[in-house]
Design a protein around this ligand. Structure first.
Ligand code: ADP
Ligand code: ADP
Length: 229
């Protein structure tokens, strides 16, 4: 259970302002969709929250901890991240790929507890039949699900997902959203998901944050955000 407080952050690439005075609180155990036009700054906001990028000004707190003072592994024990276009090559099995999510907790050695957690997540997502297949041989949709499983195996209070359903057909999109929603509630995690499709955002999330030109232009429950002009 983690509350996140983003206060007045600004971020620029050289002289181009990408995020301007973004302030927002994310309560624990909520499923928030981040929507907005391409280039609005959605990915940049997630990257700042995961300390991949450092804001030029402003602060981000996870509960009482200032993100900028946390070491990389400490960040990884608190926040899991599913990057956009994660067409990565993992020259290993699905099981080993998901097991990598446990690394921030233990260094290089796995315990029985870790392998059990991996099986549990694979089962919860209906992926156990793929466990011994090679990651690289699977379809894009299967790979995206496995990267979500890896983030869940990381066992963090917060999970950041950058358009995790972008490569999927509508049936698989619904399947992934259902799964994420179910697991968010079951594990009490805070999920922040950049979503392209407004229908998916309003159907599944508790709250929607709309960004435009690096600013928050609307925030609230789906019905209130979707009725503004
Ligand atoms: P969104 O996720 O809302 O589509 P992004 O956060 O990815 O938007 O990008 C916001 C803006 O920042 C875009 O105009 C994009 O081109 C620009 N941008 C993203 N990454 C870089 C970079 N590495 N260098 C310069 N500009 C970038
Ligand atoms: P991702 O979110 O997939 O990691 P990036 O943040 O690198 O991707 O890029 C997001 C968007 O910003 C893309 O549309 C990309 O074309 C654009 N972009 C990336 N690097 C630059 C850059 N150096 N200058 C301008 N735009 C960029």
């Amino acid at each position: 259970m983690v509350n996140i407080n983003v206060k007045d952050i600004c971020f620029s690439y050289s002289s181009t302002k990408i995020l301007e005075n973004v302030s927002v609180d994310f309560d624990s155990s909520s499923f928030v969709s981040i929507v907005g036009p391409n280039g609005a700054g959605k990915s940049t906001l997630l990257k700042c929250m995961n300390k991949i990028l450092v804001p030029n000004s402003g602060d981000i707190h996870l509960d009482e901890c200032n993100l900028q003072k946390m070491e990389r592994m400490e960040v990884a024990r608190n926040l899991a991240y599913v990057p956009q276009n994660s067409k990565r090559v993992f020259p290993t099995t699905v099981f080993e790929t998901v097991l990598m999510g446990r690394r921030p907790h233990l260094g290089w050695f796995n315990s029985k507890n870790d392998t059990e957690k991996v099986w549990q997540v694979l089962e919860e997502m209906g992926l156990e039949d793929l466990a011994l297949r090679n990651f690289d041989e699977l379809s894009g949709g299967q790979q995206q699900k496995i990267l979500i499983a890896r983030a869940l195996a990381q066992d963090t209070g917060v999970i950041l997902l950058d358009e995790p359903t972008s490569d999927l057909d509508i049936w698989h999109q619904l399947d992934v959203m259902e799964n994420v929603k179910k697991l968010v509630k079951k594990r009490n995690v805070t999920a922040l998901m950049v979503v392209h499709d407004l229908n998916l955002a309003s159907k599944y999330s508790d709250r929607i944050l709309m960004l435009k030109d690096g600013k928050i232009v609307a925030a609230g429950d789906p019905s209130s955000v979707m009725t503004i002009d």
